[in-house]
Every structure is written in C-alpha cells, then in structure tokens.
Design a protein around this ligand. Sequence first.
Ligand SMILES: [Zn+2]
Ligand SMILES: [Zn+2]
Length: 144
Amino acid sequence: MLQCTAVTRIPLSDVLAALVTMDGEPDASADTLASDHYVLCELGEHDPLAEHAALLGAADAPDRPALWFFWTGTDMDRTHSIWTRPWCPAVLRNLGTDSVLKCSFFNRHATGHSWDVTDPLGDLIAGPLSTDDASDEPRERPQP
Ligand SMILES: [Zn+2]
Ligand SMILES: [Zn+2]
C-alpha cells in the first residue's frame, strides 16, 4: 500500500501550545517544528473522508502516548485537531529472524500498519544507500 499523499500546513501556535501542555518538557521537537510548517500524512492511502495524521512530537518514553496532528479536507475547508494517542499495539513477528516490528502509527489508525505502507519518495531517496539491504524485509521505523 502506498503512503497517503496529503500534505498540510500546520498551525504552529496550536502545535506549540499542545507541546507545552504535554507531560514533560517540550524538547527539540518544538525547534524542528518551527522550521518545518508542513506535515505529510503518514498513513497508507485511505478513504478521503477519514482523517489524515502526522506525528508531531515524540513522547518522553517509547511507550508513552505521542502527539499527533489530525486533519480532514484541504486548505480552506480543513479542520484539524491535535491529540496524544497511544501507539498501535500491533507487531509483526518475523519467525525467520526472530525479530519484531512495532507499528509506528497510533492506536486504532485507519488502513494498514506502518510496515504495509511504502513511501515511494522515501524509497527513492534511500535507494543508493540500501544496496546491501536487498531483502524485502519490512524495515522498522524507529519510534521516536
Ligand atoms: Zn492521509
Ligand atoms: Zn498499526
């Protein structure tokens, strides 16, 4: 499944406010956001009526809920919300290598888990670097 192509401009003031009210210290993610006002939907292609979602801020600890930006519609008719959500509990177990991939989406996300979503652009960028990684093993995206 291909990654959803929705992009949106994030309302920085809302996001910074949400980061500050999260548990714990606002960390470097606030600086990152200040220079990057656009986010990509991270989900696999989905119903256009369903919410798009982008990870905004990492949780303090890997198992803590993280901050997500959700939106529907585009520019003028866009509605958005910012919530912390727990991680999707799904794991993909590879019996051959005895490794486990954790889904890097939030709990109860739409469409496929993160290992089912391919980002054509990301693959293109990663192309020359992945020559010795010729297997079709799904790779884990680190949960921040
Ligand atoms: Zn989307
Ligand atoms: Zn999942």
